[in-house]
Ligand binder design. Sequence first.
Ligand SMILES: *Cc1c(COP(=O)(O)O)cnc(C)c1O
Length: 415
Amino acid sequence: MPWPTLPDDDIVRLTEAEVIRQNTALQLIASENFASPAVMRATGSVFTNKYSEGYPGRRYYGGNQVVDEVEELARTRVCALFGADHANVQPHAGANANMAVYQALLEPGDTVLGLSLDHGGHLTHGSPVNSSGLMYNFIGYRVSESDERLEMDAVAELAAKHRPKLIVAGATAYPRTIEPEPFRKVADEVGALLMFDAAHIAGLIAGGVHPNPVPFCDVVTFTTHKTLRGPRGGCILSTSEHAAAIDKAVFPGQQGGPQEHSIAAKAVAFAEASTEEFKVYSAQIVANASALAEALAGEGFRLVSGGTDNHLMLVDLRSFDEELTGKEAQIVLDEAGITLNRNSIPDDPRSPFVTSGLRIGTPAVTTQGMKEPEMAEIARLMAATLRQRTDAAAVASLREEVRNLCEPFAPYPEM
Ligand SMILES: *Cc1c(COP(=O)(O)O)cnc(C)c1O
């Protein structure tokens, strides 16, 4: 049979519109990046057609000779990249990876320590609306009131009090380095297992600019699409001891057939992340974040914890303008072509839907080649937009300035 000839004008038009959006506006969402053409080619490859429930060498369906090589390649590459004993590359997303780890290591109702959501933790670290919070007894640790950083003495105290079976390190909105070794010490003191959720910083770890948690942890999970710059997806690294339980929890525990096209793209991304160029890229992400944080501070924004060590910063808008909410800032900045997300700051007096803060990240703008001078320009454009937020003509003119800034750095100029 011939392929359908009906042109899908709607999706063609929408794809073109999205390419234009990505090429002409600033993508400052800390969890986003631009995947390479090689990663996107793999994502759109024939591996999308294959059913391969199971693992290399032990599949439920035939025809997996080539797929087995793809998945084995992805596993070998990621183990080499992070120095891990075992990898499961099948999780469809970071959330699935985390749920699989919980299923592998815990019984329903078990106690787990994780960073509180309103202090930078992730939904899958025990939010009451997420199945992690419904199934397990999560206790939240918090950043300190004085310097808004993790306080290991407080984590140790909570661990001694609640005797968790698992401690989860890692965050979704925390601008500082997370040292894995002190977490190991606390876990050992109470006989807990240790999981590090490196979703945001996997690329910084691979690039050698943040400490590698693998030697200190039972399990490390991460997403492949954030700083690591691969396809959307998740990955679990573990010691050999937990390998069988993790594999069983991913399939058949949490998922059905793996998405081998994504796994092929993960393999591409793992190879890209093991290059010298990626080390330079990772260092530039952090240098750009520092430059942007400094320039924003110069515009009157208070930075949570005083700055950043990684790819992201949290801005407290109240010092800039007492009246300005995160929600309003996100909307008007988007109109100016500056895309980011509102975010609660520690002990935010406003609701999580409104917030007093913004989260800003540099992985995507760094991929497109921007450096410190462009970070200063971004800070100026953000402050100008927020100061003139009720003046539609001024915002429209700032949108043009953003377009001009982005033009020489378009990530997909040939599309
Ligand atoms: C992004 C993120 C996840 C979840 O990733 P998804 O792919 O969106 O499911 C899990 N943990 C942390 C810390 C994250 O930042």
